[in-house]
Design a binder for this molecule. Structure first.
Ligand code: C2E
Ligand code: CA
Ligand code: CA
Length: 619
């Protein structure tokens, strides 16, 4: 039961009989209700709409407007319709109870009134009304909460939808990133491999379907990157990727494998010529320079081409063969394309085998050094040796350095090998110097050692050299390092600095194979060089070819002008010897004097010095 205070509850009592009004108002007032009275229907309507009462006690039988009519009007008015009406009626009146409810009454009380009944019914009505009010208030509250919650849900829903869209976008981006190269935006290796697999599958199902793969590697990109900086290097890669795309059809795909390697998949070609045409087009376009950061930059590319006709089962085989053909293009002088064939594959296999064996050779100590005497042409005296490496392969026998040194350089193994042979050669000369003290010349003999350019570029080269000299006890003055012309044109000042440090240790420097490289006079002046070794290809044909004779003469003159000595390689005949003497060449080396020999053979020659040497030279 809802309790309520009667205090602030107002009741309008309507009756045309003054006594009735009085009794009711007194009784109700005593209970704490605020009571207003109206003597007729019109006053009641006015009173009710001016100040809304909480309850109306309405007499039915009144002159002019009767209770029913008043009630109907109250119910018709929006402002008053909710006010509960209790009808009052004399017992003898024919109370139409049904009508009383029809017109909107909620209860009725019979006259003469029983005070208790009046109070009870009033109290009931008020309680009912209050309960209704509470219910509607609760309803209102509930509705507000439902509305609020609905809005919250809508907002949450929208947020969720936005999150889902964002997540989908991120996911798509991740997938895209996983399949594309960040710098150029081209498909990457993963996507390329997928596409190739797809194409291979398609070709298997469709007889006669042809495709080709082009493996593109920029020539000398590292030099551009190192000398002009990575920013320009990156810009060049982007420019090249644009150029490649311009050379293709819609259906073709160009991917970046990484570094300066690109791959083009030509899908559905009519004939191999279609692919070589693209190869030509790329080479043609690369002939114009790229304009980057205000500089004109030239680059070229080596391209390997492989055709579907070879019958491939998977993408990596195809890529491998295109790579092999690309290496062949590099080997044949770069800036060109080569088409893959089976012979290339077998050669590569052999090369890989050799490379693997080479790795083991370092560990197993299969290298030996042979020493070739270098003679003074003036007086036929021994002045030193050139240390030449030999590989004693357990099954293949001796392998020529011409075959394995380039591989050692490519793979970086030359650093280990070079370190070993430097120590070995120094130790050997030091040993001979101690062993043959009876021969005065031996103390001033020099050991010539070939250096690969990579060795010179090693930051620790000088400290390694110092350590070897210290350990072997050899004087720097007894050492001569042979470097090639290509070392001199290497960009950056580090080589120049290393060469100076070598000279500071009294070590001599020779340019090997002189005349076959690119060195200009300015390079020769800039670097602290002591000797030029004239390449044996010039000496070899000196006999028949006056042009070579001229070249040798020019080199010897050049050496003299620059204050250097000339050393001729590959002296095989007495005729060559006398020609070289006539030209004023200081030193010579060649089969005429001695072949490169193992240490024991050199030792027996030194034991019978000087007869052994002059005998060879005069034979
Ligand atoms: P290179 O430095 O020009 O060495 C001279 C080559 O000419 C040697 O070949 C030598 O055996 C050969 N030779 C000497 N006299 C004559 C001659 O009268 N007639 C003919 N036809 N040849 C003669 P080898 O030993 O086969 O070495 C070839 C190349 O391998 C060397 O050319 C050098 O570039 C490289 N090499 C050899 N040993 C080493 C080494 O220890 N370190 C490095 N980095 N390279 C080496
Ligand atoms: Ca040499
Ligand atoms: Ca040479």
């Amino acid at each position: 039961m809802i309790s309520f205070p009667s205090k602030n509850i107002s009741i309008l009592v309507v009756d045309d009989v003054a006594d009735n009004l009085k009794i009711l108002s007194t009784t109700l007032s005593q209970q704490g209700y605020q009571v207003r009275c109206a003597k007729n229907g019109s006053t009641a309507l006015l009173g009710a709409s001016t100040i809304l009462p909480d309850l109306i006690l309405l007499d039915i039988k009144m002159p002019d407007l009767d209770g029913y009519e008043v009630c109907q009007k109250l119910k018709a008015n929006e402002a008053t319709r909710h006010i509960p009406v209790i009808f009052l009626s004399a017992l003898d009146d024919v109370l139409d109870k049904v009508k009383a409810f029809e017109v909107g009454g909620v209860d009725y009380i019979s006259k003469p009134f029983q005070v208790k009944e009046v109070l009870a019914r009033v109290k009931n009505q008020i309680a009912l009304q209050s309960a209704n009010a509470k219910i509607s208030e609760l309803n209102q509250e509930l509705e507000t909460r439902v509305n609020q919650r609905t809005i919250e849900l809508k907002t949450a829903n929208q947020k969720l939808r936005r999150e889902i869209i964002e997540r989908q976008r991120v996911q798509q981006q991740l997938v895209y990133d996983a399949l594309h190269d960040g710098l150029t935006g081209l498909p990457n290796r993963t996507l390329l491999m997928e596409r190739i697999e797809f194409t291979i599958g398609h070709a298997k199902r469709n007889h006669g379907y042809q495709y080709a793969l082009l493996f593109i590697d920029l020539d000398r990109f590292k030099i551009i990157n190192d000398s002009l900086g990575h920013l320009i290097g990156d810009q060049l890669l982007v420019a090249v990727s644009n150029l490649l795309q311009e050379c293709l059809r819609e259906s073709d795909i160009v991917a970046r494998l990484g570094g300066d390697e690109f791959v083009i998949l030509l899908d559905g070609i009519k004939e191999p010529h279609d692919a070589t045409l693209i190869g030509d087009r790329i080479q043609q376009k690369l002939r114009s320079p790229f304009e980057l950061e205000g500089q004109s930059i030239f680059t070229s590319a080596s391209i390997g081409i492989v055709f579907s006709s070879t019958g491939y089962n998977n993408a990596s085989e195809l890529l491998r063969d295109a790579d092999i053909a690309m290496y062949r293009a590099k080997g044949k002088g770069k800036a060109r394309y080569e088409i893959f064939d089976q012979a290339m594959y077998h050669e590569t296999l052999k090369l890989i085998e050799l490379e693997n064996n080479l790795r083991l050779a370092v560990k197993r100590g299969e290298f030996v050094l042979h020493y070739q005497p270098i003679m003074s042409l003036d007086n036929n005296e021994l002045v030193g040796f050139e240390a030449l490496i030999r590989w004693q392969h357990p099954t293949r026998g001796f392998i020529s350095p011409v075959e394995f040194i380039p591989i050692a350089e490519d793979t970086g193994l030359i650093l280990d090998i070079g370190k070993w042979l430097l120590r070995e050669a120094c130790q050997q000369l030091q040993k001979w110097q101690q062993q043959f003290t009876s021969i005065p010349q031996v103390a001033s003999l020099k050991m010539s050692i070939n250096l690969a350019s990579q060795q010179l570029q090693e930051p620790e080269f000088i400290s390694m050299l110092d350590q070897i000299l210290q350990e072997t006890g050899l004087n720097g003055n007894s050492l001569r390092l042979e470097i090639t012309e290509s070392v001199l044109i290497e960009p950056g000042g580090s080589v120049q600095n290393t060469l100076k440090q070598i000279r500071n240790r009294n070590i001599k420097l020779s340019i090997d194979d002189f005349g076959t490289g690119y060195s200009s006079l300015s390079y020769l002046r800039r670097f602290p060089i002591d000797n030029l070794k004239i390449d044996r290809s010039f000496i070899k044909q000196m006999n028949f070819d006056s042009e070579n004779f001229e070249i040798v003469r020019v080199i010897i003159t050049l050496a003299k002008t620059l204050g250097m000595d000339a050393i001729s390689e590959g002296v095989e005949t007495l005729q060559q010897l006398s020609q070289l003497k006539a030209l004023g060449c200081e030193f010579g080396q060649g089969y005429l004097f001695a072949k490169p020999l193992p240490p024991t053979a050199i030792e027996s020659m030194l034991a019978t010095y000087p007869e052994s040497f002059s005998a060879t030279a005069c034979s």
